[in-house]
Design a protein around this ligand. Structure first.
Ligand code: S0N
Length: 278
């Protein structure tokens, strides 16, 4: 019989979704891929719904941390659904082939709140890349990590390659991709792929504990740190996001507000009163 994940929070479910579950509680949002019969493989519908859910979590001023997980204990996510893979991507009800997991990877990176991957079972293929894109990963002791691309005829040359290399080093990234082996939770921890390994029955308790600690911290400081840590890898796009965060902070200053107020009051702005800091 499949072991159960133990829930330690009174989650409130909302939204009408087919492939995912969206829940909130105590400043946290929990987003769950709900296709356990396919080891939580994603299809275009899953990714459209995940986009909507991550947007909701981003826009909700009550939410400070997002937990991203998979239903059941067998898998976080097994990547793209190979059974609906056509000749030019994953095919949804509209008959169009898509590779829209890439949009989700970018969305998680750009989201200015910490995203914690809560991994039980397999995080493989495109599912492995998703946990790599998250800010933190808490793993159950039954977790298995790996890439399968060269085995099933796919590869991720974006975040799936170079963010992985940044995380575990180039030699290990090459090993993971070229050999398509799976690695247990302890190895993943030893390689710096995950932040903590706990017994399966403590997975949500531990993840929620990390989320609660994050919620005690300054949201703006966390936002700036996420932007800063991503900016190095994300190049111009990362700097664009970081520059936007700097603009947000500037908007919140009296100095910037003086410019706005002067325009509205049809007067010359008085910037002379603001310090010229060293
Ligand atoms: C996960 C594995 C190891 C689990 O093994 P286990 O526990 O023995 O269970 P199974 O019996 O194998 O599976 C149970 C049922 O679930 C189905 N299933 C499992 N994974 C998938 C899947 N990915 N797609 C469809 N169905 C899946 C099984 O078929 C089984 O159902 P039944 O019995 O009814 O057949 C094991 O299942 C496994 O190895 N799975 C495949 C892992 C894999 O290779 N995933 C695909 C990797 N590639 C990608 O993810 C591509 C990413 C990508 O496409 C991409 C890349 C770059 C840029 C963009 C993209 C993009 O997608 O957009």
């Amino acid at each position: 019989m499949e072991e159960e994940q133990v829930s330690v929070v009174d989650w409130k479910r909302s939204g009408e979704y087919e492939d995912i579950v969206y829940e909130t509680a105590e400043g946290m949002a929990k987003i769950t891929i709900n296709r356990p019969e396919r080891r939580n493989a994603f299809r275009p519908t899953t990714l459209f719904e995940l986009r909507d859910a991550f947007d909701r979590a981003r826009d909700d001023g009550e939410v400070g941390v997002i937990i991203f997980t998979g239903a059941g204990t067998e898998a976080f996510c097994s990547g793209g659904d190979q059974k609906i893979r056509g000749d030019d991507g994953y095919v949804g009800p509209d008959g169009i082939g898509r590779l829209n997991v890439l949009d989700l990877q970018v969305q998680i990176r750009r989201l200015p709140k910490p995203v914690i991957a809560m991994v039980a079972g397999y995080a493989v293929g495109g599912g492995h890349v998703l946990h790599v894109c998250c800010d933190l990963t808490i793993a159950a002791d039954n977790a298995q990590f790996g890439q399968t691309g060269p085995k099933v005829g796919s590869f991720d040359g974006g975040y799936g390659s170079w963010l992985l290399a940044e995380t575990v080093g180039l030699k290990r990234a090459r090993e993971i991709w070229y050999l398509c082996r799976f690695y247990d939770a302890q190895t993943a921890y030893d390689w710096g792929l995950v932040n903590k390994v706990v017994p399966l029955e403590r997975l949500e308790e531990e993840t929620v504990q990390w989320a609660r600690e994050l919620l005690e911290k300054s949201p703006l400081a966390l936002r700036m740190l996420k932007g800063a840590l991503n900016a190095v890898t994300d190049g111009a796009a990362g700097m664009q996001q970081f520059a936007g965060d700097a603009t947000l902070l500037y908007y919140m200053s009296e100095e910037a507000q003086e410019g706005r107020d002067a325009f509205k009051e049809k007067r010359k702005p008085d910037f002379a009163k603001f310090p010229k800091r060293p």
